[in-house]
Ligand binder design. Structure first.
Ligand SMILES: [Zn+2]
Length: 131
């Protein structure tokens, strides 16, 4: 990938970018081209979401998909972001027994996996409890 393009893409890789509907003011993540609330098009603009939210529910995962065995047990949570959207994310940097519903969390970006011979590294978001 060309260097210029790489830097241009950083904002969307390392921020939570959704869209805001200018008709009903709802924030939508991930971005869509049609507002799911009022079904209008053409009035959606990019919106940078707050990284803060709280845990609505969670589950402790003891059996992982192939390639992720070294990560179990881990906590998978449904998080409601301050701006409204809900995301499902792994809770990182925690003891699974300490996680509680209502815990404040922040979104962090972490390496998810390294791929093949071209060495492409994939990043994704996880959440971390704010103590
Ligand atoms: Zn709308």
């Amino acid at each position: 990938m060309a260097v210029a393009r790489f830097w241009r893409e950083i904002p969307s890789r390392y921020n939570l970018i959704g869209v805001k509907c200018l008709n009903c003011n709802k924030v939508i993540f991930p971005p869509r081209s049609i507002c799911p609330y009022c079904r209008r098009t053409g009035k959606l603009e990019p919106y940078k979401l707050s990284r803060r939210g709280k845990i609505l529910s969670y589950t402790v995962v003891y059996s992982a998909a192939e390639g992720f065995e070294d990560q179990v047990p881990y906590v998978l949570a449904i998080v409601e972001l301050e701006d409204g959207p809900r995301i499902t994310a792994q809770v990182t940097d925690c003891d699974p027994s300490e996680v509680r519903i209502g815990d404040e969390v922040e979104v962090v970006f972490r390496k998810m996996r390294e791929e093949g011979e071209d060495g492409v590294i994939y990043y994704g978001y996880k959440v971390r409890r704010v103590l």
